[in-house]
Design a binder for this molecule. Structure first.
Ligand code: TXA
Ligand code: MG
Length: 333
């Protein structure tokens, strides 16, 4: 991995790497981001691996302008007003995904919403223009480290896990973007940042709550306020065979998977049988996880039986989500 100073050539190089599924650290006006092509589930899976995140938290998707955001999410009237005033800038909007949203479901961690932001940094904007794809980018630090505001910090935190670091000095804002949830009945700030709830309230002429404080005694990070996706039918983990009426979420070969009382998994209809990765590739499995859970989540099925996924690398994050899915619907952590 090399730290390269941003110029026309290195920006094109970064864009080409991103298009090809690579990971590029890029500057934004808030903090450095760890970018990947948001349309490519396997590239997005690599973000979680590089960060060493044992969980799939939803990611912010960066786009060049409002119209590019409108292709991904349902921009309601409030969203258009707020975006019109604060974009490009340090504000992220949580909005319902469009039905035809092409962004990997891994960016939404299975939720019906997507976080979008138009960054103001000229290098981030140039990369977005050149890459011609939306870019998913969490802060460019390993899980548990603080967000990097210099290329050196990003390099120290992520080391060899990325393909390129595009350097453009110290970030102006130095604090992550404000996260504003406009997907619910009332606007709510989930993470404070340079754009304040008061400014948003004045613009929208309504109350905007801060939902960053824990109501109970446990300290909570913004990620912990999230609702997590859970299917409407039971999820049975570490399945070595199928019960009648169950759908199968396989990992690796399901050739020898039998159905109790008779039959084989391979005879199930396609609607009741998905494989996270036939070759047991954890990147592919991560990229497929939420889409396949959604596909199998149908009242025709008694439950979703999930074959064991190894508890290593991305497998830990996959198992974390599967355990939450198995624990019950719509829980908040
Ligand atoms: O300034 C920033 O926002 C930087 C730069 C790189 O753009 N990015 C950043 O990303 O801080 P990250 O992943 O470190 O933080 C994203 C925050 C998390 O708290 C996450 O839980 C929340 O946004 N978030 C993302 N998608 C969400 C969704 N669909 N619903 C609720 N919260 C969401
Ligand atoms: Mg972060």
């Amino acid at each position: 991995m090399q730290i390269k100073t941003a110029n026309a050539d290195t920006i094109n190089e970064a864009a080409a790497l991103l298009k090809a599924g690579g990971l590029v650290v890029l500057p934004t006006e808030t903090v450095y981001g760890l970018g990947a092509n948001a349309l490519d589930g396997q590239a997005v899976a690599r973000i979680f691996e590089a960060k060493g995140r044992p969980q799939f938290n939803p990611l912010i998707v960066h786009v060049p302008d409002i119209e590019a955001a409108a292709a991904l999410v349902e921009l309601n009237e409030d969203a258009r007003r707020v975006a019109g005033k604060f974009w490009p800038g340090p504000l992220t909007l949580i909005l319902p995904r469009r039905e035809d949203c092409p962004v990997s479901e891994l960016c939404s961690a299975g939720l019906p919403t997507l976080a979008v932001r138009v960054p103001a940094h000229p290098v981030a904007r140039a990369v977005l223009q050149a890459a011609e794809v939306p870019i998913a980018a969490p802060s460019a630090n390993r899980s548990g480290h603080i967000s990097p505001t210099t290329p050196k910090h990003a390099a120290q935190s992520l080391g060899e896990a990325v393909d390129m670091i595009l350097a453009a000095g110290v970030c102006d804002v130095g604090l992550e973007s404000t996260v504003l949830d406009l997907s619910g009945p009332r606007p709510a700030v989930l993470r404070p940042g340079a754009v304040s709830a008061e400014e948003i309230a004045a613009l929208l002429d309504c109350d905007v709550s801060y939902e960053t404080e824990a109501k109970d005694n446990a300290p909570k990070s913004p990620g912990q306020l999230l609702r997590h996706y859970a299917p409407g039918i039971p999820v049975r983990l570490n399945a070595v065979d199928l019960h009648p009426g169950e759908a199968l979420l396989a990992f690796g070969s399901d050739k020898f998977m039998g159905i109790k009382g008779g039959g084989a998994a391979k005879d199930l209809p396609d609607s009741a049988r998905c494989n996270l990765s036939e070759t047991a590739d954890l990147h592919e499995a991560a990229a497929n996880l939420f889409r396949m859970l959604h596909d199998l989540d149908h009242p025709d099925h008694k439950a979703i039986a999930v074959m064991p996924v190894p508890e290593q690398g991305l497998g830990r994050a996959i198992n974390d989500r599967l355990k939450r899915a198995a624990a019950g619907a719509g829980e908040t952590i």
